[in-house]
Design a protein around this ligand. Structure first.
Ligand code: FES
Length: 151
């Protein structure tokens, strides 16, 4: 009986030893592989540019997204941002004061609602043409570097 226990123990030890040797061989192979691969792809560093805006969180747009003498509408945030003169940014509610449509376009110095034809000033949100009964509400935006941040 004692002999058979010893047998099993020996066999396990041998199997374990084989596994350890196998793992060692794999690790060695990996090391060799990564060494030979590390010399390539200097171009990788340049391919990450597009997505930096995501990390800022509250940034509405880049200053370069807003045309000088025009503007851009952000329907999700219900905000319209205009740049009447270079470096001078204004923001207004994009909700038309007539019946609540989101304004459709900024054409030069005019914010247009296409639902019933109201027109607002892109400079101060005032009504240029009815039926809108009241100006677009101003919104606060701050320029931080090249980004426009709401609030
Ligand atoms: Fe804008 Fe009527 S909702 S003009």
């Amino acid at each position: 009986m004692a002999g058979s226990i010893t047998d099993q123990t020996t066999r396990r030890a041998v199997i374990g030893g084989a596994a350890a040797v196998g793992a060692g061989a794999v690790l060695a192979a990996c090391g060799a592989g990564s060494d030979s691969g590390s010399t390539s792809d200097p171009t990788d560093a340049g391919s990450t540019g597009g997505d930096t805006g995501g990390s800022a969180g509250d940034a509405l747009a880049k200053t370069s997204d807003i045309p000088v003498g025009g503007g851009k509408i952000f329907p999700n945030q219900k905000v319209v941002v205009t740049q009447p003169a270079e470096g001078e940014f204004k923001a207004f509610s994009a909700v038309c004061t007539h019946q609540g449509c989101i304004v459709a376009a900024v054409v030069k110095d005019t914010i247009e609602c296409n639902c019933h034809g109201s027109r607002y000033s892109a400079e101060d949100g005032s009504v240029k043409k009815g039926p809108a009964p009241a100006p677009l509400a101003p919104k606060k935006v701050t320029v931080e570097g090249t980004e426009i941040v709401l609030g």
